[in-house]
Write a protein that binds this ligand. Sequence first.
Ligand code: NI
Length: 190
Amino acid sequence: MSIRDIVILPDPVLKEVCAPVAAVDDEVRALLDDMLETMYDAPGIGLAAIQIGIKKRIVVIDVSKDEDEKAPICLINPEITWTSEDTSTYEEGCLSIPEYYEEVERPAACKVTFLDRDGKEQALDCDGLLATCVQHEIDHLNGVLFIDHISRLKRDRVIKKFAKAAKRGEMPEFKSRRGNEPATERPLAE
Ligand code: NI
């Protein structure tokens, strides 16, 4: 297992659409292990393969709050098959857009089908933070970031800030708005 480098905005790879996994083999399982290690190290609660530069439809998630009882979920070729009409709003963050948080409204619940690490078909009913996290991660597989769900003004501002910082070889600084809810991907508590 190894910790991989995380791709940061405005890397164009984050806009790419990922390809389905043809077969869940040992190579995919090794990738899942690296993704989990990278996510826990960040620390984060979700990571898509494209965030470590691999254009495959693979996601790892762990929204468990207890550090001693990890509950990793591995989603291969995930598909959202249903979303609720009810919506909920979470302050989201992304490991590819460090230290930036913004509220995003999404369906409050969803159903997702996927292949697990044994290649078995599974289905999962999601609500709360898990529903938001699943939607955020599956967006990544389609080249969509959470900032694509916020106002154009705010989006342009954050992209500009990261683009400038990338040119200078630095990370941008943000005054984060901190709430009580954990953001997606990166928990708010530091
Ligand atoms: Ni993300």
